[in-house]
Ligand binder design. Structure first.
Ligand code: FES
Length: 408
C-alpha cells in the first residue's frame, strides 16, 4: 500500500464524518484516524511498498484478534472514528470479518485497504453483513506487463474481477494507483480504465520515497517533465470528461518547493498500530534514533497518545531549529516530515530537505539528478519480499542502502 493513501483526503473524510455528527466532541488532539497495519505479510512484492524494509522482524509476532479488538475499543474511547485496515495484505488474516463487525458496533467508519488478493464472494458478503463501509483497491497499470512487473506477481486479471465484485456489492469504487516511472506515461489510459470500471474515486498517488520505494528510488522516480505532463493530462481529463469520478492527484514532494505537513502533524490526528502492536504517529517512525515507541501489549493507548515521550517528541513546533523556527510558513507544514529529514540528512530535527529553504535541499536535487542517470537506473529493483527483507536486516544490501541514515 501507499503512504499517500492516508494523506489529506483521509483527513477530509474524517472531518466529514464528524460533521455528520458521528464524533461531535472530536478535537484536534484526538486520534481521529486509527490505522491498523494488521499484518506485514503480503502476496504482492511491490517495488514501491512503503512498509518497513525490515518488516520480516514483525511477521511472527502479530497481535491476536482479541488484542486488536481491545485496541479498537480503547482508540474509539479516545475519539478515533476512522479505521483503516491495512497491511501488507489484511486479507491474509482470517479474522478480518470479526474485526470489521466489532468496528461497526463501536461506531467506526471502516475502510479495508487491499490489493484484492483473497477477496472472495463469501468474504465480501461477510464484510457487507458486518458493516464494512469502504474498500480501497490498489491497481497498477492498464497493461498486464507493468502490473505484473511492478508487483512481481500475476494479478492483473484478478484485480479487474475484484473491482467488479466490489461494485456489485454496492461499495463505492475507490481505486489507488501508485504512480512511478513505469506507468506515468499511461495517465490518460489509467483514468479511462478507472472510469470503465465504474470508479467513483481514483487517487493517483505519486510515489513518496520511504521503505522499499526509497531503496528503489533511482528505478522508480520519473522526471519533473513527466510529472508535469501527468498533472496536465489529469487536469484536462477532469475538465473534459464530465464524469462523476473524483480524481485526486498527489503531487510528489521531491518536486515541490515546500514539504508536506506529514500526517497532518505529528501526534495530531493519526495513530498507527502495527502488526506487532507498536503505536506510532507515522508509518516510518521506527527509523528515528533514540525513540522508544509504546506497544499495545504493555502500554495503555490513552497514555501512548497523550503522554508517551514518543508522541510528544515532535508535537507542535518547540523542537524546531532554524530555518524552520522563525519561518513564516512553519505552521503550514510544521517543517515537513521528520522521518524524511532523518533518512536523508541524519538529523531528525532539521528541515525536511524537500523544502527549498533547507540547507540540505541539495540532497533532493542530487536525488532527482541521480534518477536520470542510466547506470543508476539500470541497477536491479529490490522487490519487497521476505528474502530481501532478511537481507536488509542482515546488512547484505548495505551497498544499496548506505546513503540513507537508517533502514527505511
Ligand atoms: Fe513523515 Fe514519519 S513519515 S514524520
Amino acid at each position: 500500500m501507499t503512504q499517500n493513501s492516508l494523506g489529506d483526503s483521509v483527513v477530509q473524510k474524517t472531518v466529514q464524518a464528524q460533521n455528520n455528527g458521528v464524533a461531535a466532541t472530536a478535537t484536534h488532539t484526538q486520534p481521529l484516524w486509527l490505522l491498523a497495519e494488521i499484518t506485514y505479510r503480503c502476496p504482492l512484492h511491490c517495488a514501491f511498498c512503503y512498509n518497513p524494509t525490515d518488516y520480516d522482524k514483525h511477521t511472527q509476532n502479530e497481535l491476536s484478534t482479541e488484542q486488536w479488538i481491545k485496541t479498537l475499543r480503547e482508540a474509539r474511547k479516545l475519539g478515533a472514528i476512522q479505521l483503516g485496515i491495512s497491511g501488507g495484505e489484511p486479507l491474509l488474516r482470517d479474522d478480518i470479518e470479526e474485526i470489521v463487525a466489532e468496528a461497526h458496533k463501536l461506531g467506526y467508519y471502516s475502510n479495508l485497504i487491499t490489493s484484492g488478493v483473497g477477496l472472495t464472494e463469501k468474504r465480501i458478503q461477510a464484510f457487507k453483513d458486518g458493516g464494512l463501509d469502504h474498500i480501497q483497491l490498489s491497481m497498477h497499470d492498464i497493461t498486464e506487463e507493468i502490473n505484473n512487473f511492478i508487483t512481481n506477481t500475476k494479478t492483473f486479471e484478478l484485480k479487474k474481477k475484484v473491482a467488479a465484485m466490489i461494485k456489485s456489492h454496492g461499495y463505492p469504487m475507490v481505486l489507488n494507483v501508485v504512480i512511478h516511472r513505469y506507468n506515468i506515461g499511461h495517465m490518460k489510459e489509467i483514468l479511462e480504465m478507472a472510469e470503465a470500471l465504474g470508479a467513483d474515486y481514483i487517487e493517483l498517488a505519486n510515489t513518496q520515497y520511504y521503505g522499499w520505494s526509497l531503496i528503489n528510488r533511482n528505478q522508480l522516480m520519473p522526471s519533473k517533465e513527466q510529472v508535469e505532463e501527468a498533472e496536465r493530462i489529469t487536469n484536462e481529463y477532469r475538465a473534459k470528461s464530465g464524469s462523476k469520478m473524483k480524481v485526486f492527484f498527489v503531487v510528489p514532494d521531491y518536486f515541490a518547493d515546500r514539504p508536506k505537513k506529514c500526517m497532518n502533524g505529528w501526534g495530531e490526528v493519526f495513530m498507527i498500530v502495527t502488526a506487532n502492536g507498536d503505536v506510532l504517529p507515522c508509518h516510518s517512525a521506527r527509523v528515528l534514533p533514540n525513540m522508544k515507541f509504546p506497544n499495545v501489549k504493555d502500554d495503555e493507548l490513552g497514555w501512548s497518545w497523550k503522554d508517551s515521550p514518543a508522541f510528544n517528541k515532535y508535537r507542535g513546533d518547540s523542537w524546531m531549529k532554524e530555518p524552520c523556527r522563525n519561518c513564516a510558513e512553519k505552521e503550514k507544514d510544521l517543517g515537513g516530515c521528520r522521518c524524511q529529514a532523518f533518512l536523508l540528512t541524519g538529523d531528525a530535527e532539521t528541515a525536511d530537505p524537500v523544502c527549498s529553504l533547507s540547507p540540505h535541499h541539495h540532497i533532493i536535487e542530487k536525488a532527482i539528478e541521480d534518477a536520470k542517470n542510466p547506470q543508476l537506473q539500470a541497477q536491479p529493483i529490490i522487490f519487497r519480499n521476505d528474502k530481501n527483507s532478511k537481507k536488509v536486516i542482515s546488512g547484505e544490501l548495505e551497498e544499496r542502502t548506505k546513503e540513507f541514515h537508517a533502514l527505511p
